[in-house]
Ligand binder design. Structure first.
Ligand SMILES: [Zn+2]
Length: 327
């Protein structure tokens, strides 16, 4: 009968070392350790890791971590879809140029002004009031009062609401007049440019359809901002012959079923969609059908009610998405 040998302590230690080495080599690398930030990288993993390698190969000391560590601020287009509840407010910057599309509602005007000041904004090259509904121009009077504005773009549509009257008062006070752009007009924005895809020269029955729609192009990337334009305008834009294809779509009318025809979404063919919408809003926005449509078409969708403020940065080649909170 074989004699049972009790392992001595040296053998036990050797075995433990072997087990630990196996664990380190085979188990640890496969564990998903979540990173402690809210930066989401969409379709640009290669680019970022490549830059990280370059960074490590150089002898530069490591800078404090920023959401996008390897991209210089210079020539970086930044689009902030600011969380203003059930409303729209979008800040766009590129080098020294600044643009604001809508200014949120009256209830958030301090939030908007504070956010803009925190970004060191003192003046705007462009401010666009897409259409005279309170959830788009409610905070515009405060923006006009607080910041210098070079070009104010508004459709030739009027409203009798107190919020629209306040905007007109602020314009008068600042001696500022609005320009009503024409469909097809193009404006330069530093190294980018944008084209007007919709505007009106009289007040339509449905004010949503007065929405100024713009398509911004920077390098190889393009961005569509639709205001609250509804299906009739989507048909009109598809018939216009103007380019709709855009990498990023601001979903029209807070994701309402009044907009976002499947045909239109296919014509825009975005990789990324952003819905500006308030949590538990009384309109039931975004409509489930639209959310499902975007999902079915494999469009990565961000929502201000779930993600807070969403920032898309681009060097003209890639888009990098940063969210305030994971949805
Ligand atoms: Zn709206």
């Amino acid at each position: 009968m074989a004699k049972k040998r009790k392992p001595n302590s040296a053998q036990v230690i050797t075995l433990l070392i072997i087990l630990f080495a196996l664990f380190k080599v085979y188990v640890l690398p496969n564990m998903n350790i979540p990173e402690n930030n809210t930066t989401l990288d969409v379709q640009q993993t290669e680019k970022v890791s490549q830059n990280d390698n370059n960074f490590q190969n150089s002898d530069k000391p490591k800078e404090p971590t920023t959401p996008i560590p390897s991209i210089p601020e210079e020539n970086l287009l930044k689009i902030h879809y600011i969380d203003v509840g059930q409303a729209d407010c979008i800040l766009i910057t590129l080098n020294d140029q600044t643009m604001l599309i809508d200014a949120g509602d009256e209830a958030h005007d301090d939030d908007v002004v504070n956010y803009l000041k925190a970004q060191n904004i003192t003046e705007f090259d462009y401010v666009i009031g897409t259409h005279p509904h309170a959830d788009h121009i409610g905070g515009l009077d405060s923006v006009i009062n607080e910041f210098a504005i070079d070009t104010l773009l508004m459709p030739k549509a009027v409203n009798t609401s107190p919020s629209f009257e306040s905007v007109l008062d602020a314009m008068e006070h600042k001696n500022l007049s609005a320009t009503s752009p024409k469909i097809g007009d193009t404006y330069s924005f530093n190294a980018a440019e944008f084209t007007i895809l919709n505007s009106v020269d009289s007040t339509p029955e449905n004010l949503n359809n007065a929405s100024i729609v713009i398509r911004l192009v920077y390098g190889e990337q393009s961005y569509l901002f639709t205001g609250d334009a509804e299906k009739a305008i989507e048909y009109q834009m598809m018939d216009s012959g103007l380019t709709l294809k855009s990498n990023v779509l601001k979903v029209a009318h807070h994701g309402s079923n009044t907009s976002s025809l499947e045909k239109f979404i296919l014509a825009v063919d975005p990789d990324i969609a952003v819905i500006s919408v308030g949590k538990d809003n009384s309109y039931g926005h975004p409509h489930e059908k639209i959310v499902n449509r975007l999902n079915r078409l494999n469009i990565k969708t961000y929502r201000t009610d779930e993600n807070g403020t969403i920032i898309i940065s681009s060097d003209g080649k890639f888009n990098y998405v940063t969210v305030e909170k994971e949805g």
